[in-house]
Write a protein that binds this ligand. Sequence first.
Ligand SMILES: [Zn+2]
Length: 480
Amino acid sequence: MLFSETRPSTMTTLPKLALYNTLTRSKDIFEPADPARVTMYVCGPTVYNFAHIGNARPAVVFDVLARLLRRLYPNVVYARNITDIEDKIIAAAKEQGVPISAVTEKYADIYRKDMGTLGVLLPDLEPKATDAIDDMVSMMERLIASGHAYAAEGHVLFHVASYAAYGALSRRDMDDMIAGARVEVAPYKKDPADFVLWKPSTPEQPGWESPWGRGRPGWHIECSAMIEKHLGETIDIHAGGIDLQFPHHENEIAQSTCAHGGKLFSRFWLHNGFVNIEKEKMSKSIGNVLLVHDLIKEAPGEAIRLALLNGHYRQPLDWTAEGLAQARRMLDRLYGALRTLGDVEAAASDAVPEAFMEAMLDDLNTPKALAVLFDLARQANTATDAGEKARLKAALLGAGGLIGLLQQDPEAWFAGGGIAPHIDADEIESLIAARNAARKAKDFKEADRIRDELAGRGIQIEDGPQGTQWRVAQMGPVAS
Ligand SMILES: [Zn+2]
């Protein structure tokens, strides 16, 4: 049920869903090819270690898109794959002395649980690459038969020059692409730009029998084959992180289009922006890789989710400790409003305010949608009329549900690791300065009083060589 705050619902029509399509570089109206079966594919994790916050962004963003599509269409098939054969997996298994399935099953399970903590629902389909080897072989045979691929020394390679539209998604010229893909010049390649579809395995490496000998697939062919197998030749939406645009998505397009006689592969391509950490690129060498598995021990998953949705998905996101603290305070405010409506019965469980829906339909404008949520919370805090309260509660829950927020009991939020409300960093700093001044003046009674006041507000202070540090004490077990 949709309604307007200011206009009767009968007078309003919502705009159509508009999504920024990387393929056209414009915000296009989204109409599925078949409204009775909307298909979406998102490149999933390569499961050999823990997901970092950059990996979590597409999982959360496209979970929001899947929720929105499900509200608009009766049947959405959302597939997010598991890449469970890849050289990094083989290396990890070898190092641990276990079969690759021991590594992949463990980390796929951790991935599902960690993303679940961030409110990411399971996709409708979660195909594994190793279950689609036959489909990959079949696709490679067709590509070879049509002259788009060739076999050489146990490898199968895609011949990039055979596909004139190569580069259309990333809009790079061939020299850029060769440099960007860090292509290997290998004696079995006709052309340096050609990429591997299949490669030979040594006896100790995992492998499958194929017309080209025992081997294993390259990464790109996995997605093309799984999409063909589970969703069809043309899908509505293909999505993933911006880092996958080239070469991965470009190669998927080349393989699928050529295997399907030139048929359009995906009608829409969506890419989320990078995640930086405190203004720096996340990298192992800097040592600032932030794992979701660690982060959820320190902060509620819902706050991490909100911090990821607090910026527009296409923009780069600067992940900061302050941004996460802010997300906790935002949830304190929203759950605070729901708490004031505690004994009010919501008017309708699936009500989504029109202004919220409009923001979401405009290329998933979550910052604007969140502003609508805060407006509702403000109204809830001052509402006196029973009908108005019932309407506001329904609106908060309905809108929150659409982006995967506000679905727990407000008391559980406040008991489960929500930051203490109304923490103002400047105020804390000035209290600490006043305490230090009191100590300097040997007014220990006043210094202790300030320390107790801070403790009462959930602030722990520590005196050290760098001066006085403060942090918000954990309020209780982290909700998950
Ligand atoms: Zn992919």
